[in-house]
Design a protein around this ligand. Structure first.
Ligand code: F6R
Length: 623
């Protein structure tokens, strides 16, 4: 949610800042801007639209400055427009700021500043920061920023530059991501680590409530209250983190194709012989494990769907009650938890504001929190008691794909580790699970080796009426048991990538109202991987067919019955997306893959920007 970049060093700042913005644009793409300092002049260029629009604009000017800041925006306060774009300047035009987050008390601050005569050029909350710094500036930029942040309520990561301090950047963060990359003679700032991996592997991480005054050779970190903080840089050797399309047209397809590797990496060194599990950061004492009476899963969006799958797996393997909550709801409903509750918070980015707030709430009530995240050093790793990484590598496409698969694997490993302690699974079952986990990468690859039938389905579903409107605009996804969260995930992927309205239902709920919506223009995608409830699901499919809705299925390769139930669209050989057979707990992983591809190709067929869908951003750092 907004990306920020900064640079000081011997090189020209502009190309580095633009490279950073391009890599960060998945965090927001409503507008972009840069401020470069050269010869006591602050050159600010900002434009509504994607980074490419800004790139076109800057060709009209020359920039030689070696210090600068830049921003790519996901609009919160104020519409996407040139004037609401960052950087924002104070009245004197000497100070410029880029901001990620929300200043909750901006309205009272703005009123106060306006009363003092400050003139505002935008409708954003962010602009108050520049004016607040101006008010407190008495020759020391670091102190002025400190005074400003002490008056700001909300979530923010900011980078500040000033004409009067041509060799210095000031950064501050509270509940929003910001990393500092350092080399011998240069300093980089970015919202995410992968943006900087081309340039450095040495990183400094500020905690929430810390700020830093940065010049080459002088890095001074302190708390907002002014206490000095000593920090050693950490080396991030994260090969998979590099942001590159590697020959793919879209990050989304690249990330879908990476999933066999993701499963292998996420399992590596953790799944031992005979199904035993060793998780490097799982440091909960054994006597605590015996006390766990309840498990909460906390997440948003796709990660929430991973939690819903976890609910089934944990309850099946551990026989401990599990509750899954949307983090945005959990924190405001006074949930009942105590020291015997284990909370598992799932977040690809590790920066989702609602999930972070949920963790704070859980910890305040005495629960222990394990985080599952993909991003090393992200905020969640500091908030949770323990972190287990998903090792999916940087996920750049806005729609989450490979991280979702990795989240499911990590949850399975945690469930196995806990059941190892509880002795709740028989040895034979453990062996079967271990074998099934080992087989997954090859099975995923076999689905990925045959895109064409799914592409053909997407093409069929994108046909237009003679008047040029799409024939199919409402889709249903149906599943029971472990297929139900995958129905939700399939529907979410389709909605966000292709802008098709799609709803997911537990198949048994159809008859309680939703079936009223079915017509011959409502394609229904059914999932059929859970043998225990297969007959019930077949009955639900029959109910759909009786309403003349076109049906497609995700089913096992050896399921001979389904093809005769679900007739193919004219010109296509089958409406069944096939997956290899596996154990029921792992079927969601395999069943996800065809639905990711269906969403991807539907987006392509409908001319959508699949990597950067409208109105979205990768990392949601506002509530
Ligand atoms: C959907 C998607 C979002 C995220 C959600 C949580 O494709 O990517 O729904 O899953 O915003 O994000 P994280 O996992 O970063 O907390």
């Amino acid at each position: 949610m907004c990306g920020i970049v900064g640079y000081i060093g011997p090189k020209e700042a502009m190309p580095l800042l633009m490279e950073g913005l391009n890599k960060l644009s998945y965090r927001g793409y409503d507008s972009a801007g840069v401020a470069i300092l050269e010869n006591q002049e602050l050159q600010v260029v900002k434009k509504k639209g994607k980074v490419a629009v800004l790139a076109g604009e800057i060709t009209k000017y020359t920039f030689g400055g070696k210090i600068g800041i830049a921003h790519t925006r996901w609009a919160t306060h104020g519409e996407p427009s040139d004037r609401n774009s960052h950087p924002h300047a104070d009245c004197s035009g000497k100070i410029a700021v880029v901001h990620n987050g929300i200043i909750e008390n901006y309205s009272s601050l703005k009123k106060h500043l306006q009363e003092k005569g400050h003139k505002f050029a935008s409708e954003t909350d962010s602009e108050v920061i520049a004016h607040l710094i101006e008010v407190h500036y008495k020759g020391n930029l670091e102190e002025a920023v400190r005074q400003a942040v002490l008056r700001m309520i909300g979530a923010f990561a900011i980078v500040v530059i000033s004409k009067d301090h041509p060799n210095q950047l000031i950064v501050a963060r509270q509940d929003c991501p910001l990393v500092i990359g350092i080399n011998d003679n240069e300093i980089f700032i970015a919202s995410d680590i992968p943006v900087l991996l081309e340039h450095t592997q040495k990183f400094l991480f500020l905690d929430s409530g810390e700020m830093a005054a940065l010049s080459v050779g002088d890095v001074r970190i302190s708390t907002f209250n002014g206490n000095r903080v000593q920090k050693l840089p950490q080396i991030i050797n994260w090969e998979q983190g590099k942001i590159e399309k590697a020959g793919y047209e879209h990050f989304m397809l690249k990330e879908i194709e990476e999933q066999p590797r993701v499963v292998r990496d996420t399992l590596r060194g953790r799944l031992l012989a005979g199904g035993l599990v060793e998780l490097e950061d799982f440091a909960l004492p054994e006597d605590y494990l015996s006390q766990i009476k309840r498990i909460y899963m906390l997440a948003c969006g796709t990660a929430y769907h991973a939690g819903l799958i976890g609910e089934h797996i944990f309850e099946d393997l551990l026989r401990i009650p599990v509750e899954v909550d949307l983090a945005s709801e959990f924190r405001y409903r006074d949930p009942i938890l105590d020291e015997n509750t284990l909370v598992i918070a799932i977040s690809q980015s590790g920066e989702t504001a609602d999930t972070l707030a949920g963790i704070k709430e859980a910890k305040a009530k005495g629960a222990k929190v394990i985080a599952i995240t993909n991003v090393i050093g992200s905020s969640i790793t500091r908030e949770a008691d323990h972190t287990i990484y998903t090792r999916a590598g940087a996920e750049i496409a806005v729609a989450s794909t490979k991280a979702f698969i990795a989240q499911q694997i990590v949850m399975f490993l945690i469930a196995l580790r806990l059941s190892q302690h509880a002795g709740s699974i028989a040895g034979g079952v453990l062996h079967e699970i271990a074998q099934a986990l080992h087989d997954l990468p090859v099975q995923i690859q076999s689905i990925l080796d045959n895109h064409q039938p799914i592409r053909d389905l997407a093409k069929h579903l994108a046909q237009q009426n003679p008047c040029g409107h799409y024939k199919y605009n409402d889709f249903f996804f149906l599943g029971r048991g472990l297929d139900e969260p995958i129905a939700r995930e399939g529907a979410l992927k389709l909605r966000e990538i292709s802008y098709i309205h799609a709803a997911a239902y537990a198949a048994g709920e159809l008859k309680h109202g939703n079936i009223a919506l079915l017509t011959s223009q409502t394609p229904v995608i059914v999932l059929l991987t859970q043998e225990r409830i297969r007959e019930k699901m077949i009955s639900n499919i029959m109910e759909v067919i009786a309403r003349e809705a076109p049906v497609m299925a995700v089913a096992y390769e050896d399921d001979n019955e389904i093809a005769s139930i679900v007739p193919p669209f004219s010109g296509l050989s089958s409406n069944v997306m096939r997956i290899p057979r596996t154990i029921s707990w792992l079927a969601p992983i395999l069943a996800t893959i065809p639905l990711q591809l269906l969403a991807y190709y539907s987006g392509l067929e409908r001319g959508c920007d699949v990597d950067q869908p409208r109105n979205l951003a990768k990392s949601v750092t506002v509530e």
